[in-house]
Design a protein around this ligand. Structure first.
Ligand SMILES: Nc1nc2c(c(=O)[nH]1)N[C@H]1C(S)=C(S)[C@@H](COP(=O)(O)OP(=O)(O)OC[C@H]3O[C@@H](n4cnc5c(=O)[nH]c(N)nc54)[C@H](O)[C@@H]3O)O[C@H]1N2
Ligand SMILES: Nc1nc2c(c(=O)[nH]1)N[C@H]1C(S)=C(S)[C@@H](COP(=O)(O)OP(=O)(O)OC[C@H]3O[C@@H](n4cnc5c(=O)[nH]c(N)nc54)[C@H](O)[C@@H]3O)O[C@H]1N2
Ligand code: SF4
Ligand SMILES: [Mo]
Length: 722
């Protein structure tokens, strides 16, 4: 039995904690199969192409292997997401594999939940136990009583096979915490999830809280930096002075939650001054007349006191934006769930783009990550599901795509036991204890479970509350299914052997599926067989794919980029779909909650050195991040009698945390900001445990009624000295 205390964890050695000690790399040998490929010299040294998994962007990597270990990760020039570059997190990816806290054998809980006592187990024992628990829940309460959740990853298709084959409708993803507002707004307007942005002809860029130089997507961050170098004008809206603000021509520290008013006023100027692209709007959009009528009172003078931005500035930006015409782009952001009004904000952004007619110039149809040309193992149809989803999709939220779902709503339905009780939760590659708002509620949901199973590589905070932990091989140790990007399909392949007993997700889901009687959904012998079935229609060998790290996909049919999958076949300024759903068919102003005197908006936002809640234990990245302190403006600090480095207590209606203060002019007076992803509670994370505070404890749960987005900036907090 293992009682994992912070210091003890390292001493444990052996199976549960991983055999590696801090600072001593004892890496495993180069993957045998990789050597066979031919990209390495006779000693087994050289570069192996694969894909990064330090965030969801999936840059192409060339892993340098020497004496049987990965010694360096470089960007793969062949990959459009990296174009030869990796960000700091990508370069630190070897410590994701060599983290001394890796879980290297299945673990079974041996004490109370949350106590951190686990014993090691064989795969057979762990998988048998999980299957038995899941089948017991299915027999007693029906398959819907088993909830599945996972954050997007390359093996998700097999995760979905597992839950769909099992027959549960309950599927939680990170998306409602991330970009539901943007996706649903794009679906309503363009009939597609996320048009591709193209910076090559860009002249004017409006970034609404898209902190591209810290919340990094390597290729797009590069596009922004190149655009700035060639003189593209960048206007950036953010209540904080971020690194992107420092690179922009103009930083507008907008009042949080009022981006909608700002965009409505831009639209008002463009319409009232007749500055829109008439030809484009007439040919490709519908609803201009209704927009003109509905929008006429949203003048810059109306928006100025709401947004805190001068009317003259708003008017000038509207004129500049429309003067750049189709070469302008209003970026619709990525994690766009700041306020409950983020959905109409997103709609306003799509409309602004339509008015300048930038389709086909700076905006294009999504490049598509469809499997275009790739094969897949055969499988039977899924069983019919009669139970409603716990998250209310689509019965309460008709416009939220099933694959997006509403994670925070799912969690709340588990707590409430309505419309029915859930009894088991299978969680893969996700850390809801830190990523869902209101941690206490997440733990309450856990307490209702007969069975919690997690799949991770380290003992994250959610694993800490798990009953059975299934250790996945790290991204440098495993295969995942091919990922189609444009006209190529990229490969993740092992560059070193998996350590301990860690296994790929493809292996884990198949083994579990077979024990659940779902073997027909997993018709592949092993990972390589899965990949060969994907390659079969193209007649390319796996060896060839492994050598280059990708395969060319057959040319798809040329598509008409002006065909929009909306009811009118046009870009819908006026959304008939929203109208049918009895929602506003045009964006109308909704005021965000305003802070009472002495309270602040709690702002969350990424930092360049970390991804979400999962990299704080990475020893290379940890070195480059001071313990995050709470940002507050000098005026607000003075008003509360607080100084830089004071220890303060920050309190919301659902929780409180203690943090050190960072007094900085880089934030508005009505906001405070905390870096997310700290305040880990798992003592199995010896580098990250106890460092900083978690804003998940403070966030109040909000659900936007149309897109299901969580509003992450809408939480109000007070700050006092302790
Ligand atoms: N280094 C790093 N890069 C990442 C990630 C990561 O974790 N680390 N995660 C990836 C993922 S999953 C995502 S979704 C993207 C997210 O990419 P972004 O959406 O760009 O990132 P965030 O930091 O979540 O939010 C951006 C900014 O919004 C501001 N903001 C908050 N409220 C408001 C408001 O009301 N109005 C305006 N205008 N601004 C507001 C915050 O101050 C913050 O600076 O980043 C991706 N890239
Ligand atoms: N307070 C606050 N909350 C937020 C956000 C915020 O900015 N602030 N951002 C929101 C956004 S944009 C997003 S996308 C979500 C993300 O929310 P989550 O997806 O829950 O968070 P991650 O940190 O990405 O969780 C990744 C987990 O995967 C594990 N992991 C890493 N590599 C592997 C692997 O190869 N295999 C397996 N099986 N596991 C692995 C990590 O150890 C970690 O536990 O959070 C949202 N929540
Ligand atoms: S953006 Fe950085 S962390 Fe994300 S995939 Fe690319 S290199 Fe990896
Ligand atoms: Mo995200």
């Amino acid at each position: 039995m293992i009682d994992i205390k912070r210091r003890d964890f390292l001493k444990m050695g052996g199976a549960a904690a991983g055999a590696l000690a801090v600072g001593h790399f004892v890496p495993p040998p180069v993957a045998r199969a990789a050597r066979a490929v031919g990209s390495l010299d006779p000693n087994g040294d050289g570069y192996i192409p694969t894909m990064c998994e330090m965030c969801v962007w999936r840059c192409g990597v060339l892993a340098k292997v020497q004496d049987g270990r990965v010694v360096k990760l470089e960007g793969n020039p062949d990959n459009p997401h990296s174009r030869g570059r990796l960000c700091a997190r990508g370069q630190s990816g070897l410590m994701n594999t060599y983290d001394p806290n890796r879980v290297l054998t299945p673990l079974i809980r041996a004490g109370k939940r949350g106590e951190g006592k686990f014993r090691t187990a064989s795969w057979d024992e762990a998988l048998d136990l999980v299957a038995k628990g899941m089948l017991a829940i299915k027999d007693k309460y029906g398959p819907e009583a088993m909830v599945f959740s996972s954050t997007h990853n390359l093996s998700q298709v097999q995760f979905e096979n597992l839950l769909n084959g099992f027959g549960s409708p309950n599927y939680g993803t990170q998306r409602s915490l991330c970009f539901n507002a943007m996706i649903v707004a794009n679906l309503m307007t363009y009939g597609m999830e996320e048009p591709t942005r193209d910076y090559s002809q860009l002249k004017y860029l409006l970034l609404t809280g898209r902190n591209l130089t810290e919340a990094i997507s390597t290729s797009e961050t590069t596009d922004l930096v190149d655009s700035i170098a060639r003189g593209v004008k960048v206007v950036y809206l953010d209540p904080r002075f971020t690194r992107t603000a420092s690179k922009a021509n103009e930083w507008l520290p907008i009042h949080p939650g009022t981006d909608l008013a700002f965009h409505l006023a831009l639209i008002q100027v463009i319409l009232s001054e007749d500055l829109f692209n008439k030809e484009f709007v007439a040919q490709y959009t519908s609803g201009l007349e209704q927009l003109i009528a509905a929008n006429k009172d949203y003048t810059p003078e109306w928006a100025a006191p709401i947004t805190g931005i001068d009317a003259e500035v708003i008017r000038r930006i509207a004129r500049e934006f429309s003067a750049a015409g189709p070469n302008a782009l209003a970026h619709n952001g990525w994690r766009t769930s700041n306020f409950v009004n983020s959905f109409p904000t997103q709609r306003a952004i799509t409309i602004l783009n339509a008015l300048v007619g930038n389709w086909g110039v700076t905006l294009f149809p999504a490049a598509g990550e469809e499997s275009g040309g790739l094969g897949k193992p055969p499988q039977p149809p899924y069983p019919r599901v009669s139970a409603r989803r716990l998250d209310g999709v689509p019965w309460k939220f008709p416009f939220v795509p099933l694959k997006l779902g509403i994670f925070q709503q799912l969690r709340d339905a588990i707590v409430d036991g309505k419309p029915y009780e859930a009894h088991g939760w299978f969680i893969a590659r996700q850390n809801p204890v830190l990523s869902l708002p209101d941690r206490q509620k997440t733990l309450q949901a856990f307490s209702k479970m007969d069975l919690i199973v997690t799949v991770d590589i380290i003992l994250n905070d959610t694993d800490w509350f798990s009953d059975v932990i299934l250790p996945e091989a790290s991204y440098l140790e495993r295969y995942d299914p091919f990922l189609a990007m444009g006209n190529k399909a990229f490969l993740r392949q092992p560059v070193v052997e998996p350590q301990g007993e860690a296994k790929s997700a493809l292996w884990i889901y198949k083994q579990l599926g077979e024990r659940l009687g779902l073997g027909d959904f997993f018709q592949y012998r092993d990972e390589e067989d899965y990949l060969r079935q994907q390659l079969a229609p193209m007649g390319v060998s796996l060896e060839e794919a492994r050598l280059h790290g990708y395969v060319e996909l057959p040319e798809g049919e040329a598509k008409d980029i002006y065909k929009f999958d909306t009811p009118s076949g046009k870009i819908e300024i006026y959304s008939t779909t929203l109208e049918k759903g009895k929602f506003d068919p045009l964006p109308v102003w909704e005021e965000p909650p305003l802070p009472k005197p002495g309270s602040f908006y709690l702002i969350s936002g990424k930092v360049g050195q970390h991804t979400q809640m999962g990299t704080q234990n990475n020893m290379l990245l940890h070195k480059y991040q001071d313990v995050p302190r709470l940002w507050i403006s000098p005026g607000s600090a003075e008003g509360l009698g607080l100084k830089d480095w004071d220890q303060v207590e920050i309190t919301s209606e659902v929780g409180s945390q203690k943090v050190l203060l960072n007094v900085t002019p880089a934030i508005r007076d009505d906001c405070v900001y905390l870096t997310p992803g700290f305040g880990h509670v798992s003592k199995g994370l010896t580098t990250a445990y106890g460092v900083g505070a978690s804003d998940a404890v403070l966030h109040v749960t909000y659900v936007d009624p149309i897109s299901g987005s969580q509003a992450l900036t809408q939480t109000l907090v007070t700050v006092k000295k302790v």
